[in-house]
Design a protein around this ligand. Structure first.
Ligand SMILES: NC(=O)c1ccc[n+]([C@@H]2O[C@H](COP(=O)([O-])OP(=O)(O)OC[C@H]3O[C@@H](n4cnc5c(N)ncnc54)[C@H](OP(=O)(O)O)[C@@H]3O)[C@@H](O)[C@H]2O)c1
Length: 286
């Protein structure tokens, strides 16, 4: 894995940012809300995250909780421009007009006048380039400050790079030490084209939190294994999106800015690659 394009500047807190194209800044840590139940649980998770310094929430139309994310934002009382909100167009809404309509539904549910980052959730075959034209329209009209893709592997990205008027700002893919090596090709292609990589399921959906090499690294720093996985992502200049609905975990997952993994520890973690896929596998989507 090439690390030549990494910045090697340690972020100082959850609101610290990385640059996206077009002068947009994205906070390095975001709260994920996949499987965060609609209603009070999501609203409270968002509030708890904003209270401890998160300034970035990652939702999606298909999660069914955009309205609760919006309520959580307003409960907190922060100015709109202080919080970075990502949402995504779902597979059933691909196509030019249906993407514009889906965006409008998401925008209204969130209760915002613009979205900071709008993503194609999945590279649906046959129609995704038409969807991208709608994404470009949303960018050009200022409804989305940045646009991007999710679950795009090399072949999806190459197709888009060949046809796009505006390149994506972000590629959100499943990423942790357990598949980092296996995703080297798409990470390198993204970086070469100025596309910020955002790991989803950075905590492996909880599956690897008791893995002995990870436990040993965490013990060496007197940290939790979740904190080590988030720190690993940040030290690779990745934007991490851990999900939790528990206030104590939400706070702990953001308490990762006062320790540093050594180069040897980073290499040990990178070597845990086993091509882990915890959800759908985008490599098999044509
Ligand atoms: N674009 C896509 O296709 C896609 C796919 C998947 C996910 N995502 C995004 O990425 C976000 C994160 O991914 P994810 O939700 O799949 O999984 P994840 O963040 O890797 O893991 C979440 C799981 O870990 C638990 N957890 C959180 N903090 C913990 C801690 N400190 N100690 C122990 N357990 C902890 C959570 O439980 P509790 O909630 O009970 O604490 C939950 O079961 C999503 O919420 C979503 O925003 C995007």
């Amino acid at each position: 894995m090439s690390t030549s394009t990494e910045r090697h500047r340690a972020p100082t807190g959850p609101a610290d940012t990385l640059p996206l194209r077009g002068g947009v800044q994205i906070p390095v840590l975001g709260l994920g809300v996949f499987r965060s139940p609609a209603g009070r649980a999501t609203r409270q998770a968002v509030t708890a995250a904003l209270d401890v310094g998160y300034r970035h929430i990652d939702t999606a139309a298909v999660y069914g909780n955009e309205a609760d994310v919006g309520h959580g934002l307003r409960d907190n009382g922060l100015d709109r421009d202080q919080v970075f909100i990502t949402t995504k167009v779902w597979n059933a809404d691909h196509g030019y007009q249906s993407t514009l309509d889906a965006f409008e539904r998401s925008r209204r549910l969130l209760g915002v006048d613009h979205v900071d980052l709008y993503l194609i959730h999945w590279p649906v075959p046959g129609i995704r380039l038409e969807t991208w034209r709608a994404m470009e329209h949303l960018l050009e009209t200022g409804k989305a400050r940045a646009i991007g893709v999710s679950n795009y592997m090399v072949h999806h990205l190459e197709e888009l790079l060949d046809h796009a008027q505006h390149l994506p700002s972000v590629n959100q893919i499943e990423l942790s030490p357990y598949n980092y090596g296996s995703r080297a090709d798409v990470i390198d292609l993204s970086r070469k084209n100025g596309i910020q990589v955002e790991p989803y399921s950075p905590l492996t959906k909880g599956r690897k939190l008791d893995d002995p090499p990870l436990v040993r690294t965490a013990a060496a720093h007197q940290r939790s294994t979740a904190q080590v996985l988030i720190r690993w992502a940040l030290q690779h200049d990745l934007v991490a999106l851990p999900k939790s609905t528990h206030a104590d975990r939400i706070a702990g997952n953001a308490d990762v800015f006062d320790f540093t993994l050594t180069d040897t520890e980073m290499e040990t973690l990178d070597a845990l690659d086993e091509n882990l896929v915890t959800g759908w596998d985008p490599t098999t989507t044509p």
